[in-house]
Structures are given as C-alpha cells and as structure tokens.
Write a protein that binds this ligand. Structure first.
Ligand code: PMP
Length: 408
C-alpha cells in the first residue's frame, strides 16, 4: 500500500511503545484481542470525567447526555454495518453473549424438536456450544458443514445438508484459528432458499473488512468491541427487525419492559426488549469512537495493508523454515498465520517467543474441532493488525529461529 501512514498510526497506540523482557514488544495476538488507540482511551476518560450517568431513565442533564451519546453510538454502529434501522442494533457483552441471546431466545418455541441447525467445522466454541445447548433443550439436531485440507468449507456438502428441516445456519465470517474468509453472501442465499435463517459470527471480520448486513442479507450478525480496537465487555448483535420482533426476550429486568404488574408484564420495543438492566454505557459509547477511528484510516486501506503483511509473513516463514507447516491456506484469508515448526511443541515455542518480546497465541484457539481435523493439539498463531509492520514479522522469524535452536 503506497501511503499507509504506519508511523502515525503506531503513535496512536501507546501500549505498543514498550519493552517486554528487554526487547521492544511485538504484539501478534490481535485475533484474541486488539490494542486501543489513545482516541479510545481518552474517550473512556472523557465519559467518566464528564457525563457518567445511567441511561434512558433520567430527566436530569447528565443522564440525557449519556443517553444521547449511547444512542448516537448505536447509530454509528448502524451506519457502519449499513443496517436498515438503529433498533436492529442491540448492545450485548460481546460475540459470545450475542450468540447466546439468539440461541436462548429461539429455543423458546421458534426452534423445535425435529428442526436442524447447521454449524461449520470452522467455528469458535462460542458458535458451537450455545447451539448444542439449544439442541439439548429443544430436541433439534446439530449438523456440521465440513471443511477441506486448506481450511475452506465444502460448499457442495453445505448444499446437500440444507433441507426443509434446516432452521438456522450458524457460521463465522472469518475463522479465528485459520483466517479463512467464508462466502457469506452465497451461504446466505442458499440458507434462505432452504427457508433457514443465518447467523454470522463476525468477531474476526469487522477488524479487517467493511461489512454490509443488507447486501449480505444475513439475519443476524455478531461482533465484539475488544477485537475492533474498543473496550471489552461490549458487543453487538444485529438482527433483522421482523425476526427480532418475533423473538421472545432473552433476560428479564429493568429497561426491557413496557409495563410490569404482578399479573403480567409487557415488553418494551426494540432494541430495549433485548437490553435488560443497565448496559455497558461507557463501552457502548466508546465502541462508536473505535469505529470512527477505524473508518478514518479506512477499512479498504487496512485490508490491503494487512494482505501485504500476510503475504510477506507467509513467504518469509516458508523460506526460512523448511519444516514449517501452515494450517489454513484458503484462497480467501485474512492476516492470520497458524503454524507448527518441526516437532517442537507450540506452547514451548510461545514461551521462548515471549522471552524475546514477541506475543503470539498457542493452543487450540477455542476451536478444538479444527485441531481434531488436522490431528494436532494446537498451533502457534500470529495474527496481524494494521499497526503491525514487516520489521516485526522479521523479529518473529528471528525469534522462531532461536526457539528452534533451543528446542530441537
Ligand atoms: N467467534 C470468533 C470467531 C472469535 O474469534 C471469538 C473470540 N476469540 C469469539 C467468537 C468470542 O468472542 P468473545 O470472547 O469476545 O465473546
């Protein structure tokens, strides 16, 4: 990318400017969680220093300010996802919470015994376990869309699995373990042809690409703030209005009601029906700041720059380590390199890399079925964000060389 302002960007992330174990930090664990620009850190300070108050109930000045900022952020998320209405954007605790909300609500009568749910082999545990729990509660059946050796979903098998009993397809947009980008528009079209809903786990997609829920035509889309350079404890569930209207509430409590008597309670309209209790107000507001920050750089530029990092890293590691195995070589993938080096254990490698100031993740990445598919206990995963550099990838390669010398 010709003019990617990497120096300026790095200066926005104070945490990157530090030494770990006597070496400049290289942070390659972005798929687990991302770092925060000072704009986000300052917005948190600003919120608590100036408008901290509970939302939606107060007549007083601060409460109205907080409510306005919270709702303005909902509008930022709406625009970012190109949702039709801001009330289709629900604030949750994160991707896991969003998926549990849908699974829990749908299990109250909308999915029944005999129905089928399709998940993919590429899913994070958070897009598997809630559906297994739903199946246990309802008697519905879970089916799995297989993947090939490159870590791509087998679309022919997907077509075959879809049938008139399929009620829901739950799939990630991008695999956190392998980086595979799934063909969501096509999968959605096929799901709808079969009369099924589709829920997309976008946790790994929103930091890397522009997502348009209307052009994808997905029924549900979920993501977490902390993977999008925002705070932890805040996330989003987008849902189409008609489905959200049909769905019963997830949790009961304050904020989600229209009227409560001991005889009967009626529920609030969207989005409040699904937002029981005091929300993560600061998180919701600051998520908007994080989205504004990313949009200022531009997701197209970010995506192009990260593809350069991915290609550079993949080529470099392959050249320097003949016994390196990369897991996940999909045609369409994001900036994740999941690998093993000879027969050395990923955990041991990770510990030595850390001693050399390089932060990677090792293990199964909450995707044990993927590891089972490849017959391995886990991988070393380097996942890049737009503030990473090729020089840092060189540092990774040097550190791996040292680790290999020490461990073999
Ligand atoms: N899905 C995917 C693809 C993920 O990468 C993650 C986080 N590793 C999750 C779901 C869960 O996100 P959270 O822990 O923020 O709820």
């Amino acid at each position: 990318v010709a003019h990617f302002p990497i120096e300026k960007i790095r200066a926005d992330f104070p945490i990157l400017d530090q030494e770990v174990n006597g070496r400049p930090l290289v942070y390659f664990d972005n798929a687990a969680s991302t770092q925060k620009p000072r704009q986000v850190i300052e917005a948190i300070d600003q919120y608590y220093s100036t408008i901290n108050s509970n939302v939606h109930r107060g007549v007083h000045h601060l409460s109205q300010k907080a409510t306005d900022a919270f709702e303005a952020s909902r509008e930022i998320v709406r625009a970012h996802l190109n949702a039709a209405h801001s009330y289709e954007v629900l604030f949750t605790k994160g991707t896991t919470d969003s998926i549990n909300l849908v699974a829990s609500s749908l299990s109250q009568g909308l999915i029944k015994a005999g129905d089928e749910i399709l998940v993919s082999h590429l899913e994070h545990h958070s897009n598997i376990v809630p559906w297994q729990m739903l199946c246990e509660r309802t008697g519905a059946q879970l089916k799995v869309i297989p993947m090939n050796e490159k870590g791509e979903l087998v679309m022919e098998d997907y077509r075959q699995l879809l049938n008139e009993r399929t009620r829901l397809v739950a799939v990630n947009h991008i695999s956190n373990a392998l980086g595979t980008i799934n063909p969501i528009a096509e999968m959605t079209r096929l799901a709808h042809e079969a009369g099924a809903w589709i829920l997309v786990d976008g946790a790994q997609a929103v930091p890397h690409m522009k997502v348009d829920v209307q052009s994808l035509d997905v029924d549900f889309y979920c993501f977490s703030g902390h993977k999008l350079f925002g705070p932890t404890g805040i996330g989003v569930l987008y849902g189409k209005e008609a489905i959200l209207e049909e769905m019963p509430p997830y949790q009961g409590g304050g904020e989600m009601i229209a009227e409560v008597t001991f005889a009967k309670t009626t529920y609030a309209g969207l989005p409040h029906k699904f937002e029981a209790g005091t929300p993560h107000i600061e998180g919701g507001i600051v998520l908007g700041t994080a989205i504004d920050y990313v949009n200022e750089i531009g997701l197209d530029a970010i995506g192009a720059y990260e593809q350069e990092l991915l290609q550079y890293g993949t080529q470099l590691l392959k050249e320097r380590f003949p016994d390196l195995r990369i897991f996940g070589e999909a045609e369409e993938k994001t900036s994740v390199i999941s690998f093993l080096l000879g027969s050395i254990h990923p955990y041991d490698t990770g510990v030595i890399l850390d001693k050399l100031g390089v932060a990677v993740r090792t293990g199964h990445h909450c995707t044990q079925p993927i590891m089972q598919h490849f017959g391995i206990p886990g991988t070393i995963r380097a996942s890049f964000a737009f503030y990473n550099t090729k020089a840092e990838i060189d540092r990774l390669a040097d550190a791996l060389e040292k680790a290999q010398a020490m461990l073999s």
